[in-house]
Design a protein around this ligand. Structure first.
Ligand code: HEC
Ligand code: HEC
Length: 144
């Protein structure tokens, strides 16, 4: 009895090991959607950063796309560096577009002096763009 158990344990062990090798070999040929090996480094510098002009909106309600890099601008619970240029109180002298007044309305529709908490995390809605190949084709058309 004991020998039979031992043999079957060994057989299962061997099968698992062979399976593991097969999986490992497959992983070697897996490619990411960008068409390179998953562990291959794609340098960000080759991605063009758009900062020449503002982007047209693709549909009426779209949060405008960010035409500049945001890498260096911190947003967390205590700080929001976007406001250093975009808040109504400084936008004029910084030459940046002012936050629209919708950003100063709280969820009950009250006008606030400071940007509303619901608009604090700007990049929840506004995103910068890079000139990268799209992963999937996009045939979106806005309604008229
Ligand atoms: C150093 C000042 C500065 C900071 C900081 C800054 N911006 Fe800007 N931003 C600008 C300027 C200037 C423009 C206008 C660029 C132009 O008109 O070509 C702009 C444009 C934009 C626009 C486009 C508005 C439109 O109507 O097309 C968005 C959205 C935006 N910024 C979001 C952000 C967000 C989000 C952050 C923080 C992560 C941020 N900005 C930080 C200066 C700044
Ligand atoms: C919940 C989504 C949301 C968040 C969060 C948000 N925005 Fe917006 N933003 C929008 C939409 C939608 C518009 C366009 C409609 C409007 O003006 O309200 C807009 C418009 C703008 C504009 C253009 C204003 C104009 O009149 O051209 C700027 C600049 C901007 N946002 C910056 C910011 C910054 C900076 C933050 C963070 C403090 C922020 N937004 C947070 C959705 C958002």
């Amino acid at each position: 009895m004991k020998t039979i158990r031992l043999i079957s344990a060994l057989t299962i062990g061997a099968l698992v090991a062979i399976g593991g090798i097969a999986v490992a070999q497959q992983a070697g040929t897996v490619k990411s959607l960008r068409g390179v090996q998953v562990d291959e480094y794609v340098p960000l510098e080759s991605n063009h950063k758009q900062d020449e002009k503002r982007f047209p909106r693709a549909y009426r309600q779209q949060p405008p796309l960010i035409p500049h890099s945001i890498e260096q601008h911190q947003i967390d619970r205590n700080a929001n560096e976007c406001l250093a240029c975009h808040d109504w109180s400084v936008a004029g002298e910084r030459g940046a577009p002012t936050l629209s007044m919708t950003h100063y309305l709280d969820r009950d529709g009250n006008q606030l002096d400071q940007v509303a908490g619901t608009r604090w995390f700007c990049n929840q809605c506004h995103v910068p763009q890079v000139d990268a190949l799209p992963l999937v084709d996009n045939t979106f058309e806005p309604s008229k």
